[in-house]
Design a protein around this ligand. Structure first.
Ligand SMILES: Nc1ncnc2c1ncn2[C@@H]1O[C@H](COP(=O)(O)OP(=O)(O)OP(=O)(O)O)[C@@H](O)[C@H]1O
Length: 389
């Protein structure tokens, strides 16, 4: 149902949903727009409204062809609406694109990542860190002959999560894309965006993220303790760039402008290369998902990559779950702990928790244990009855 947002805008239909609210196709004085209507509880939070008001200039000030511009911040006087009016991007988000194609040819993946690196370079120069770079926040403008990427949601994650900053027991974000320094409780500076973007590039090439799979604690731990598995068939220069941007030490990562220019230099080498011919752990026994790290025991081994339930995702995949708040693993867990990943290298063929096959094996093992316990209990009862008889 159409609804007025402020005096100038109306909503028409839902484009997608995220953890902070719903994005609507809307209309304003200059034509169609996208309107992100924040959840009612957020809109009703005076501190949050104050932060949005305070950061209005930053939100509205980032202008670049590769950034989804915020045109207006609408705050209704009765406190029911807090809305960001944005440029409308006509096309899917990168998550939907990736779901459709599974993995992209290196030249296509790099072209999109260059666009996002350009956007980050502008933002970082202005002192703005995105903090939630992931395929869902990369929108594809499909109006030209090749899709162009635009980065959406600048500063929003930061404003919404502000009250939790400074607390080290919780991190907020999307587990697969979280930089190790965030897991370790350090502040999020520009290199966290580079790490997340490198994770996105890896995912576009491989079809899966370098450290995803299994429950949140395991994913966070891998960011800190594991190194990304090489991608067979990827040109060395591109792999080296990826590794550099996935470095555990933030200072070792490239800056956004440098990343964009190094990737541009590589584009001629990548032209014509097909998508990598690799399979993920979910698809086969391919060794690429087998990285150093011991088998984990996990309660939630079936949780898909990048997914921790807080809200259901956008229209492209109603079951996909996104941005959330997570407990930071303690020092023992990070070091490997009783259920850690860090201590022992996995032997060939040994599965890591989180793979579909591991989950099935774990379920069979639990079933066998339960049945065994039940049989034992019945036997004890029978013996007891016989003894009394
Ligand atoms: N400016 C826009 N133009 C067109 N579609 C948009 C625009 N902004 C967002 N969308 C659509 O709305 C969806 C939801 O966006 P939103 O930013 O609320 O959530 P998210 O980024 O997917 O998840 P989360 O906020 O939980 O991290 C996007 O995935 C996209 O499909």
């Amino acid at each position: 149902m159409a609804r007025n947002i402020g005096s100038q805008y109306t909503t028409e239909r839902v484009l997608g949903r995220g953890s902070a609210g719903t994005v609507w196709l809307g209309r304003g004085p200059d034509g169609p727009v996208a309107i992100k209507l924040l959840r009612e509880d957020l809109a009703a939070d005076p501190e949050l409204v104050e932060r949005f008001t305070h950061e209005r200039r930053t939100l509205l000030g980032l202008e670049h062809p590769r950034i989804v511009g915020v045109r207006e911040l609408v705050i209704s006087e009765d406190g029911t609406d807090l809305a960001l009016v944005m440029d409308l991007v006509r096309g899917a988000d990168l998550r939907a694109h990736l779901t459709r194609h599974r993995r992209l040819a290196p030249a296509d993946a790099v072209a999109l990542v260059v666009d996002v690196a350009d956007a980050l370079a502008v933002a970082h120069r202005a002192g703005v860190v995105h903090r939630d770079v992931k395929p869902e926040n990369i929108l594809l403008d499909a109006t030209g002959h090749a899709p162009r990427a635009l980065l959406a949601d600048f500063g929003v994650a930061q404003l919404i999560d502000e009250p939790r900053r400074g607390t080290t027991s919780r991190v907020v974000g999307t587990p697969d894309y979280i930089a190790p320094e965030i897991v370790e409780g350090l502040p999020s500076r520009a290199p966290v965006d580079i790490y997340a973007l490198a994770t996105v590039l890896y995912e576009l090439l491989a079809g899966f993220t370098p450290f995803g799979g299994g429950h949140t604690g395991a994913v966070l731990r891998r960011h800190v303790t594991e190194t990304a598995a090489p991608l067979p068939g990827l040109p060395d220069e591109l792999w080296e760039l990826l590794q550099q941007c996935l470095a555990k030490a933030p200072a070792s990562r490239l800056r956004a402008a440098e990343l964009a220019s190094r990737l541009r230099e590589l584009q001629p080498v990548l032209r014509g290369l097909p998508a990598l011919d690799i399979e993920s752990g979910e698809e086969s026994d391919a060794p690429v998902r087998e990285r150093a790290g011991a088998e984990e025991s996990t309660e939630e081994a079936e949780t898909p990559r990048g997914a921790v339930a807080l809200v259901r995702g956008s229209v492209s995949d109603p079951d996909r779950v996104t941005h959330t708040r997570m407990r930071v693993p303690d020092a023992e867990e990070l070091a490997g702990g009783a259920n850690g990943t860090a201590r022992l290298p996995r032997t060939p063929g040994q599965r890591r928790a989180g793979s579909a096959r591991h989950g099935a094996a774990e379920r069979r093992r639990r079933l066998a244990v339960t049945l065994g316990a039940a049989l034992l209990a019945v036997a004890l009862v029978v013996v007891g009855v016989l003894a009394l008889a």
